[in-house]
Design a protein around this ligand. Structure first.
Ligand code: HEM
Length: 279
């Protein structure tokens, strides 16, 4: 009721302005106060409207963080599958190539690849939006900070740079593998080794430059995952006071095991090439 009354008083004021009537000076402070109250009311109503529609996902900063978290968790699930699949190469080249054949240019694998590309794009685009938004919110305050807070982890302060390194590494990786395998099958290029994943692993990791680049890439991925894991769960509200530290610990262990699965393949095939060329 009071809200409507305030509106009436203010519309009366605006009407007076429109008619060229002046407002007594001693009454102006009253209108100023009302004006700012109504501004807050309007903002609240706007936020309420936004939060009751799917628009809040893209229009509010928490919505954008939810998109980052859900896409990030989906990518972690993909990495879990990919890591387990790669470990098979350590034990059986035939087994690994059988999986690669299943993931070749079959319609379901192509659909999954498109979904994966969409997820990566979504995650990256929203990372840019959130980074710019945070920079804007911080304004010039970074120039006022003389020392960094001790509690804030290095990874959390460098998530965007780490993510960018992961994307660059991914482009190199797709060139090494996907381009020679699924892409070759799709466009009808040289398909001699298109389903021979074990061959491409040997080929790639017999080159020390790639070995170093992949290890650096995987280190960046580890830092990105250790922060991303618990940060995503916190955004989704699954991290109370007690679970905050627990999720952090679980995230660190999970990211370490996951990254070690990839590192094991790189190191093993590199070692095989140099220490046991006949294997
Ligand atoms: C030693 C490490 C790795 C090996 C040996 C490896 C191996 C492979 C192989 C053989 C493929 C081609 C599959 C096919 O087209 O049939 C592939 C595709 C792919 N890999 Fe990896 N990978 C490794 C690490 C990674 C990492 C760390 C990431 C992500 C950060 C990644 C992301 C991808 C993606 C997105 C694709 C394309 C998947 C698709 O076509 O749907 N890989 N990888």
């Amino acid at each position: 009721m009071e809200f409507h009354r305030n509106y009436l008083v203010l519309s009366n004021l605006y009407a007076n302005f429109a008619l060229g009537n002046s407002v007594p000076l001693f009454e102006r402070h009253k209108y100023d106060a009302l004006h700012s109250t109504l501004k807050i009311h309007n903002q609240l109503i706007y936020k309420l409207l936004i939060s009751s529609t799917p628009m809040w996902l893209t229009n509010s900063s928490i919505g954008r963080k939810v998109i980052m978290s859900v896409s990030g968790i989906a990518l972690i699930l993909f990495l879990t599958f990919h890591g387990c699949m790669n470990v098979v190469a350590l034990f059986s080249a035939e087994g690994y190539n059988w999986i690669c054949e299943m993931l070749g240019a079959n319609w379901y694998a192509v659909v999954a690849t498109c979904g994966l590309a969409a997820l990566v794009a979504l995650h990256f685009i929203y990372a840019i939006i959130l980074t710019l938004q945070n920079k804007k919110a911080r304004g010039n305050s970074k120039y006022e900070v003389t020392s960094k807070p001790e509690k804030v982890e290095w990874a959390s302060q460098n998530m965007f740079v780490l993510g960018a390194i992961v994307i660059l590494g991914l482009l190199l990786h797709l060139f090494n593998f996907w381009y020679n395998m699924m892409f070759a099958e799709l466009v009808g290029g040289d398909t001699t080794f298109a389903t021979d994943g074990a061959y491409w692993i040997q080929e790639t990791f017999s080159n020390p430059v790639y070995v170093v680049l992949y290890i650096l890439w995987l280190v960046a991925l580890w830092f990105h995952l250790t922060h991303g894991f618990w940060s995503a769960l916190q955004t989704l509200g699954w991290s109370g006071k007690v679970w905050f530290e627990r999720w952090k610990c679980i995230g660190n262990v999970y990211a370490t095991v996951l990254v070690l699965m990839f590192v094991a393949v790189v190191v093993w095939f590199c070692a095989c090439h140099y220490l046991c060329p006949a294997c």
